[in-house]
Design a protein around this ligand. Structure first.
Ligand SMILES: Cc1ncc(C[n+]2csc(CCOP(=O)(O)OP(=O)(O)O)c2C)c(N)n1
Ligand SMILES: [Mg+2]
Length: 366
């Protein structure tokens, strides 16, 4: 990665203010600054990434609206603010070939992996046309077609699943001699999940067997209302693989080009048989933990600072400054995505509920 200097991810006054305990609990990290080399992305690549991020943002905004209108039930965790991580990693992988493993905050990972907005929205509405046939809901999106290994309600639950998936790719390729199995698995999870024991067991196995897996930690500074700094003895998660001899990098998770650069290198390492990588993306969720969270724990100054680092605006500014796209072209994409999401809502609304006679279907693999 081209790193020239480190920059504070927020003003130091936030971290030092003595009268605001939430702020003191969660001091800011310095993120590496990524300076893209000339021609780092083509116009086409930039437009794909931009569209992917806008799709994620607009989809989640519509989810909030539909949730409050009573169209979906249970917990719904939105991804606003973190789009650069999903788009930067997943759009650097082979669609429908490489694997993606998510968490309960899974809508945008599913969209980046190629699951249609229609299928994701219908799943959130509990309809039979949803990607999990209406059985899963928000936290349990799944698609064999798009190699989405699932959303998982339990924190860290996806880590062993992703590690096992990477193992099967490696086993089929090396033990069974099938060269077609060179897939890479990206495993997304949060800063809170990185304190779970499964993470460390899997790091050991992944490093020992040089598995083609990327552990992408979305460090958004908070695990519900628990600040990362209060919950962990070593806040720099990317360093935790060192005990296992595993490569770890930190990236500015609000800069999709920085994430993409780290992801491309990690994918190349994994595909070349050089083993796993930890990518710790320093990011922020723009909404509460879930739509049931009034979001009263985080300081206004902290939120305002991160809002000012919006990853979509950052890419838009880069593309226009580099002459890769005009403002009008980007606005046309925004408009197209709005229409696509309206179509997804109409599809979800008009789709049938699962038929009670099919209650026992899809419980076991056929
Ligand atoms: C094993 C387990 N313990 C506790 C919970 C309750 N819980 C749900 S989300 C969450 C916070 C996880 O935070 P993090 O991993 O940082 O992800 P984020 O929500 O910030 O994306 C907790 C503790 C759970 N779902 N599973
Ligand atoms: Mg978190």
């Amino acid at each position: 990665m081209t790193t020239t200097k480190k920059t504070k991810t927020s003003p130091s006054s936030i971290a030092q203010s003595p009268d605001q305990s939430a702020k003191v609990q969660n001091p800011e990290r310095t993120a590496p600054v990524f300076v893209p080399p000339a021609n780092f992305i083509t116009r086409e690549e930039g437009l794909v990434i931009y569209e992917d991020m806008v799709l994620g943002r607009s989809f989640e905004n519509k989810c909030a609206e539909m949730y409050y209108r009573g169209k979906m039930f249970g917990f719904v965790h939105l991804y606003n603010g973190q789009e650069a991580v999903s788009s930067g990693v997943i759009r650097a992988m082979r669609r429908d070939e490489d694997y993606v493993c998510s968490t309960y905050r899974d809508h945008v990972h599913a969209l980046s992996a190629g699951v249609t907005a229609r299928e994701v929205m219908a799943e959130l509405f509990g309809k039979s046309t949803g990607c999990s046939k209406g059985r899963g809901g928000s936290m349990h999106l799944f698609s064999a077609e798009h190699r989405l290994l699932g959303g998982y309600a339990f924190v860290a639950e996806g880590i062993p699943v992703a590690t096992g998936t990477a193992f099967q790719s490696k086993y089929r390729r090396e033990a069974l001699g099938d060269e077609n199995f060179d897939q890479v698995t990206a495993c997304f999870f949060g800063d809170g999940a990185a304190n779970n024991g499964q993470f460390f067991e899997c790091l050991n196995m992944a490093a020992l067997w040089k598995l083609p897996v990327i552990y992408v930690i979305e460090n958004n500074k908070w695990a519900i209302g628990m600040s990362h700094e209060r919950a962990t003895s070593v806040p720099e998660i990317y360093t935790k693989g060192a005990a296992f001899g595993l490569v770890g990098v930190e990236v500015d998770g609000m800069d999709v080009l920085a994430v993409r650069d780290a992801a491309q290198k990690a994918v190349a390492r994994a595909r070349a048989g050089e083993g796993p990588t930890i990518i710790e993306a320093l990011t922020y969720r723009f909404r509460g933990h879930s739509l049931a969270d009034p979001d009263e724990m985080r300081a206004k100054e902290e939120k305002d600072f991160w809002f000012s680092r919006d990853p979509i605006r950052k890419l838009a500014d880069y593309m226009t400054a580099q002459g890769l796209a005009t403002k009008e072209e980007l606005q046309a994409i925004d408009q197209r995505i709005d229409e696509l999401i309206m179509d997804a809502v109409e599809f979800a609304e008009s789709s049938p509920e699962p038929d009670p006679s099919e209650l026992y279907d899809y419980i076991f693999a056929d």
